[in-house]
Design a protein around this ligand. Structure first.
Ligand code: SF4
Length: 261
């Protein structure tokens, strides 16, 4: 039997930002020749790897600041930086971020227990499977589960940021499906400052989200991507696929007109 298609928060946000970008990223193989490594992905992935080890009780190899910094050096990903100076600056920032995060985490007694780290969850929504990779899930003494997501670029996070974040809402429905008898909430932690905020979907909001996801997912999976034509939008100048879209003459003219307006 053919495997069901899958959709993740990244795929959904890409589609909502620009269906043509979804085409080049996930559907049409030509897109892969235009994708560039991004320093912010490399930086975020490095920090995630270290924190994964720090919070994973089964690992046991990263429990102190020194071990976290050693793991940071081993895990460093150098793709996407424009110069050695830019990379050295980012490397220094990452050290400071980790040092502060780990020292605080060791100092403050934890009331929650981490039960999942870097875990992929799946939930069958009929025509497709919703997938999500959760950075961390903590269990509180009252049984509440909190999905924690690290952001390495942000300095401030508000409750509204969490409540309106597609990925955080998808993670909550995935966690609710796996643990139907638990209260679930989501928290974003801005690693640069330690700022964090949490928000929880109500039962009715979670049900509505599932209905919306089923509808949107069906649309994403049934779109005829080869027939889409690109239209110029604010994100085009920073998009890897701009050279591909510019092969469409109408788009190239529209893009040029907007750029020179
Ligand atoms: S260049 Fe613009 S239209 Fe083309 S994929 Fe990127 S965002 Fe979409």
């Amino acid at each position: 039997m053919a495997r069901k298609p899958t959709l993740s928060p990244s795929k959904i946000t890409t589609y909502l930002a620009c269906p043509v970008k979804y085409r080049w990223t996930y559907v049409d193989a030509r897109g892969k020749w235009y994708m560039k490594a991004k320093s912010y992905y490399s930086f975020g992935s490095t920090l995630h790897r270290v924190l994964e080890r720090f919070y994973n009780e089964e690992d046991g190899g990263v429990t102190t600041t020194e071990e976290a910094l050693a793991s940071y050096e081993e895990s460093w990903i150098d793709a996407g930086y424009r110069s050695a100076e830019e990379m050295a600056e980012a490397f220094g920032d990452g050290r400071e971020i980790l040092e502060r995060h780990v020292e605080e985490a060791i100092k403050i007694p934890r009331i929650a227990k981490t039960i999942l780290v870097e875990r992929q969850l799946r939930h069958d929504l009929g025509p497709f499977v919703l997938l999500g990779r959760l950075d961390r899930v903590d269990e509180y003494p009252d049984g509440t589960l909190e999905v924690v997501d690290y952001k390495s670029g942000r300095e401030v996070v508000t409750e509204d940021d969490v409540a309106t974040d597609i990925a955080m809402n998808c993670y909550q429905v995935l966690l609710r499906a796996k643990y139907p008898d638990r209260q679930v909430r989501a928290r974003i932690v801005a690693l640069r400052t330690g700022s964090s905020a949490a928000s929880a979907l109500s039962d009715s909001e979670a049900e509505e989200l599932l209905r919306d996801l089923a509808k949107l997912g069906t649309e994403i999976l049934s779109t005829e991507y080869a027939e889409l034509t690109p239209t110029a939008k604010p994100l085009c100048p920073r998009c890897d696929f701009l050279p591909l879209c510019k092969q469409n003459e109408d788009f190239a003219a529209e893009f040029l007109a907007k750029e020179t307006a």
